[in-house]
Design a protein around this ligand. Structure first.
Ligand code: APR
Length: 313
């Protein structure tokens, strides 16, 4: 008998709720929505609400909500959104202390209850949280990744499609580096239907698109006022989970642990193009960067390093 997959969502807030809905709509498997005791009513409500919509389109996946970490046992994939989101005026780094405490609890639960899962972290500051998660769990580096690059690249593509009034499907792009204000959208590797982006959009407009991409998270924090983006982060995390669950071997930008790639120090997590399949992060691709791109990546790495080096475990 083929076993149904089990998707564990740690944190059932804004992103967690959308992850549960998408998991059911895409029929990835049964979902466990885990959160802390004060959120019990909210996660039970979300689980019930989603289960009640299943009949409309005939989804055979069920959501259960629990505040008992034992409920995570047997999960094939875990997506972590446990943590506090930004408020207007805050940087992701401002969340370090508070979210580090949370990730310590989360990491201990994952280690105890689902040591074989592929773990995707979404909590911010992204690259530092995934570093802490890897250190605490001691999981193999291929089984721990951070979701940022898929979202940052999707934001970039969204702005390019709007500028050109073209199908977003025809845009190939890649955003590298840390999930911060100095992330690196690679213009030289961006094409629309095979045509280099620099031939289609003037420099000033492209610079503005790059800036808007870098500040994409903050733009939403300012609009929402009470928290940060949730639809985009949820969809982007599901793309990574699907790649793992169905062994798609997709090449997606994700925060993966470096082992000397890009000439950067080993042991840090930062956004790079990865192949994601049944083996988790099966491969990290090293692109040939020109001097300007290398300098931008080095700058982004320094920001990540500064935050990571202040992590006390
Ligand atoms: N274990 C499990 N869940 C926890 C824990 C914990 N130790 N601590 C807090 N949570 C839960 C909260 O109870 C809440 O339901 O995490 C959930 C977070 O949900 P939201 O506040 O709605 O935040 P969300 O918008 O989903 O963002 C979560 O992802 O993108 C990042 O910056 C964002 O760090 C933030 C995280």
């Amino acid at each position: 008998m083929i076993k149904k997959r089990k998707i564990g969502l740690i944190g059932g807030g804004q992103i967690g709720g959308n992850l549960a809905l998408l998991s059911v709509q895409k029929q990835l498997g049964d979902v466990v929505l885990y959160d802390i005791a004060p959120a019990e009513g909210m996660i039970k409500g979300k689980a019930l609400d989603i289960n009640q919509l299943s009949a409309v389109d005939g989804y055979d996946c069920r959501v259960t909500a629990t505040t008992d970490p034992k409920g995570l046992a047997g999960c094939d994939v875990i997506i972590i959104t446990a943590g506090v989101p930004r408020k207007p005026g805050m940087s992701r780094e401002d969340l370090l202390d508070i979210n580090l405490k949370i990730i310590k609890d989360v990491a201990a639960n994952i280690k105890a209850h689902c040591p074989d899962a592929f773990v995707i972290n979404v909590a911010n500051p992204l690259d530092a949280m995934v570093y802490a998660l890897h250190k605490i769990t001691g999981f193999k580096k291929n089984m721990v990744a951070g979701m940022a690059g898929v979202l940052d690249t999707s934001r970039f593509k969204c702005f390019v499609a709007a500028e050109l009034d073209c199908s977003i499907r025809d845009i190939e792009a890649l955003v590298l580096g840390g999930h911060g204000d100095d992330m690196v959208p690679l213009l030289r590797h961006t094409t629309v239907g095979g045509i280099p982006i620099t031939k289609l959009i003037a420099k000033e407009k492209l610079d503005a698109i790059v800036k808007r991409t870098r500040e994409g998270g903050a733009e939403l924090v300012k609009l929402y006022q009470t928290g940060s983006a949730y639809f985009g982060p949820a969809a982007s995390s599901i793309a990574m989970a699907e790649a793992y669950l169905f062994d798609r071997k997709r090449i997606l930008p994700a925060a993966a642990m470096l082992d000397g790639e890009y000439g950067l120090p080993k042991g840090y997590f930062i956004g790079v193009p990865c192949q994601i399949g049944a083996g988790g992060v099966e491969k990290v691709f090293e692109l040939e960067l020109d001097a300007a791109e290398k300098a931008e990546l080095a700058k982004s790495f320094e920001s990540v390093k500064k935050t990571v080096d202040s992590v006390k475990l």
